[in-house]
Design a protein around this ligand. Structure first.
Ligand code: CTP
Length: 400
């Protein structure tokens, strides 16, 4: 039900916090990737270790680093960007009031303010608290802002009283979550399709401090990944070392060398669409020296061997219905070379890219692409990389 979906689970300080552990497991069993944020008071009920061991990620509570989580001050931005759905379960009356006020005094409330994804809250508290006009008015106010609310269940509460206020069963929360994700899913020609996009350079190390590489900035790869996402694709962006931060919404996975990238691609080679924007090195040093190579007066011979041609391998192992899009970086004979690569690598489409001209190719913000299809068609696109990426994918995957 949640395959490829990302759930951000916010846990606040009520006795039902322990039930959020089961909820996390149920989301995972249903295929979701889950990350957890807790309010400081939630940690009085359940330790962060429980959630971090089960989610296999840090569990931030404070916006500021506590010494363990070095990048915690940016997490309130990127977790909200990463998630398909932010679920706060249980949500106490106190956190509900903070949401109404727009308070941002801990990681959970700060993330909520920054979040661009849909939000579901599960108010859970004693029955008297739940019926209090202040709580009911707060619920009305957050509902009007577009936050989804799952009403609490009635039953035996921690106080011993039978009343309304219990956290609903995980199954109910999962059902509601799935409905919200469906409502918010981008509907496009790539909806429900797994898309792998690669971008940036590879590095082929010859010793611990030196490598062969190229100036690829990853901008075109990020643009292609964003364009595929805008058409509804479930994108994973495999990227080489970049100086820009890759947005979490692209599900980034880093690689260093062509060999690394090949391993990462192989485990995802069942994707419906693979777009190879990465500038992969064709050669690597035959031997990796374990120590830094020392300077001498003599000349240095470096023996190189070919790397795996990843796209060619993908073409030879193509799955039924799978589409492959390659890029061709050329300094001369753009059309002829790109057409040859299209055929030799058994691609569906190739994006011919001139490297020499100003405002085109590596690191630039603009580009000119000659798109050629295996059906013999060709068309040309110029402009900013995001514009071109969007035009190319709309041409290949028109709205049906
Ligand atoms: N590519 C690949 N594996 C390699 C080299 C390239 O998968 N070892 C992919 C690139 O990501 C790109 C396409 O193949 O999508 C064409 O890359 P390019 O460097 O233009 O061409 P090459 O095949 O390397 O040929 P040449 O260097 O002779 O132009």
């Amino acid at each position: 039900m949640f395959s490829g979906k990302r759930i951000l689970l916010g846990v606040t300080g009520g006795i039902a916090a322990y039930k959020a552990v089961y909820l996390l497991r149920e989301y995972q069993k249903a295929g979701a990737d889950v990350r957890v944020i807790m309010t400081p008071s939630a940690t009085k009920f359940v330790g962060t270790e429980t959630f971090s061991a089960l989610s296999r990620h840090d569990v931030p509570t404070d916006v500021f680093s506590d010494g363990k989580i070095t990048d915690s001050w940016t997490k309130h931005i990127y977790l909200g960007e990463w998630a398909d759905l932010f679920v706060i379960a249980p949500c106490t009356a106190n956190t509900l009031a903070a949401i109404v006020q727009g308070t941002s005094d801990n990681m959970l409330t700060s993330t909520l303010l920054a979040a661009r994804c849909p939000v579901l809250i599960c108010p859970t508290m004693d029955g008297g608290m739940y019926e209090n006009p202040a709580v009911q008015s707060n619920l009305d106010r957050v509902r009007k802002r577009g936050i989804y609310i799952l009403e609490p269940d009635s039953g035996y509460l921690a106080s011993g009283i039978e009343d309304k206020g219990r956290l609903p069963e995980p199954e109910q929360i999962l059902q509601r979550s799935a409905g919200i994700i469906r409502t918010h899913a981008i509907q496009g020609p790539l909806t429900g399709k797994k898309v792998v996009v690669t971008g940036g350079p590879t590095r082929e190390y010859l010793d611990p401090v030196r490598f062969l590489s190229n100036p690829s900035s990853g901008k075109m790869g990020i643009a292609m990944a964003d364009a595929a996402r805008a058409l509804g694709g479930e994108v994973t962006f495999l990227h080489g070392p970049l100086s820009v931060t890759v947005p979490e919404r692209l599900n980034p996975v880093p690689f260093v060398s062509a060999d690394d990238l090949f391993q990462q691609i192989k485990v995802r080679s069942d994707a419906d669409l693979i777009i190879m924007t990465a500038a992969v090195s064709d050669f690597k040093p035959k031997q990796l020296q374990s120590q830094k190579v020392k300077k001498t007066d003599a000349s240095l011979q470096l023996e190189l061997e070919p790397t795996q041609d990843i796209l060619k391998w993908l073409g030879e192992h193509k799955k039924a219905g799978q589409k492959l899009i390659g890029f061709a970086m050329e300094t001369e004979n753009l059309e002829a070379s790109a057409r040859r690569k299209l055929k030799e690598k058994r691609l569906d489409w190739i994006c011919g890219n001139r490297v020499s001209a100003d405002g085109e190719g590596f690191a630039s913000d603009t580009n000119t692409i000659l798109l050629m299809g295996s059906d013999g068609t060709s068309s040309s696109y110029s402009g900013s990389k995001p514009e071109i990426a969007s035009q190319i994918l709309r041409k290949i995957f028109p709205d049906s």
